[in-house]
Write a protein that binds this ligand. Structure first.
Ligand code: SAH
Length: 218
């Protein structure tokens, strides 16, 4: 009996993009940014061969790299413009940050785990990405030195949008984040700052690791 040969990288890419489209990621710029970003670079060890599957995968420090379709949908909801300055809270593997770096002028990303930061920074360096800066920090306080931001993406769930992040959003700016209890299904929401306050829209149910206070122990 003939065994099926391993799919080529081009075939895997096509399948990956088809999967994203069929799950609602339709924005051409977002799809192009995701096409340019090889998820296998961000997944270590024996999960590496699942890199193109549409599922979250474990990374160091008990965290996860999000499901590609959720990464795509969140990025799409941000409606990033080419001149935008973006903050991501929750660098994790760095996968989402690199996608953002292909869409925005400047991206800052923070994580509370030094170890994840070191690993992500090594990938950013290898990819020679020049418009992305990553720090170890508690992102629930935002990044006051670089504020305000056109867009903010939080990739860990808080019970409510953190006040400092709302304060660091420009008027007209958009923040996308999961909110809700960490052990339950959460809701992805989009917060838009207007002249007088904030508009809140619910997007879809999601499941993320919790946004935690302070720095991690590794
Ligand atoms: N965006 C990531 C996935 C993030 S998982 C990727 O593309 O791989 C969520 C991340 O949020 C974890 O790495 C966790 O350490 C981080 N995190 C949780 N609370 C945080 C906080 N207060 N400040 C910064 N990072 C935080």
């Amino acid at each position: 009996m003939m065994t099926k040969a391993h799919p080529t990288r081009a075939e895997r890419q096509m399948q990956f993009l088809y999967g994203l489209r069929s799950r609602g990621v339709t924005d051409g710029r977002v799809l192009t940014a995701m096409e340019k970003t090889d998820r296998a670079l961000f997944v270590k060890g024996h999960f590496a061969d699942r890199a193109y599957d549409d599922m979250p995968l474990p990374i160091a420090c008990g965290q996860t790299i999000s499901q590609p379709s959720v990464v795509g949908l969140m990025t799409q909801e941000l409606q990033i413009q080419p001149r935008d300055k973006v903050l991501e809270v929750g660098t994790g593997s760095g996968y989402q940050a690199v996608i953002l770096s292909h869409l925005a002028r400047r991206v800052y990303t923070v994580d509370r785990h030094r170890r994840l930061m070191t690993e992500a920074q090594a990938v950013f360096k290898a990819l020679d990405i020049t418009n992305l800066t990553a720090f170890t920090a508690d992102g629930s306080f935002g990044l006051p030195e670089q504020a305000p931001f056109d867009r903010i993406l939080v990739t860990a769930a808080a019970e409510d949008p953190p006040g400092p992040l709302l304060a660091q959003l420009k008027v007209g700016g958009i923040m996308v984040l999961p909110v809700g209890q960490s052990n339950a299904v959460q809701t992805l929401i989009r917060v838009t700052r207007n002249e007088t306050g904030f508009d809140y829209e619910e997007i879809r149910p999601v499941r993320f690791v919790p946004l935690l206070e302070g720095l991690g122990k590794d």
